[in-house]
Design a protein around this ligand. Sequence first.
Ligand SMILES: Nc1c(NC[C@H](O)[C@H](O)[C@H](O)CO)[nH]c(=O)[nH]c1=O
Ligand SMILES: CC(=O)[C@@H](O)COP(=O)(O)O
Length: 139
Amino acid sequence: MAQFLIVEARFYAHLNDQLIDGARRALEAKGHSVEVLTVPGALEIPGAIALAAESGRYDGFVGIGAVIRGETYHFEIVAGESARGIMALTMDGIAIGNGILTVENEAQAQVRADPAQKNKGGEAAEAAMALLALRDKFA
Ligand SMILES: Nc1c(NC[C@H](O)[C@H](O)[C@H](O)CO)[nH]c(=O)[nH]c1=O
Ligand SMILES: CC(=O)[C@@H](O)COP(=O)(O)O
């Protein structure tokens, strides 16, 4: 059993509840322990994971959130930089699945958050477990 930390950016609570449900189901189905930490937005997810990883208390991480395009360039920053930050941490050997939706509208977000539809939370959890298995394989 491994210890996983879900770091959620609770910008859209109703979407996060579904994404976390999907991630939690995937992790617990494989017997892993799950904890949830909440940050303000997606831009804070990589930093929070870096801090939590330093504690040594967790084996893997899942970033959860939703970035929905608004009127300004800010969407590109939040979507791109949160993904870049997570990618940089995975390249440092931290097992992270990226479950941050980056979508044009609420309808697209809902389909992807729903565990019974595209289940992007569960997909991110599976990715985190796959990276953890690789880290153990090559350790
Ligand atoms: N617009 C969205 C944000 N914006 C907030 C940023 O993530 C960040 O918290 C702020 O810029 C302060 O550093 N966050 C989301 O998760 N989703 C959005 O749609
Ligand atoms: C993704 C965002 O930052 C967005 O929700 C903010 O909306 P806006 O670009 O209209 O300020």
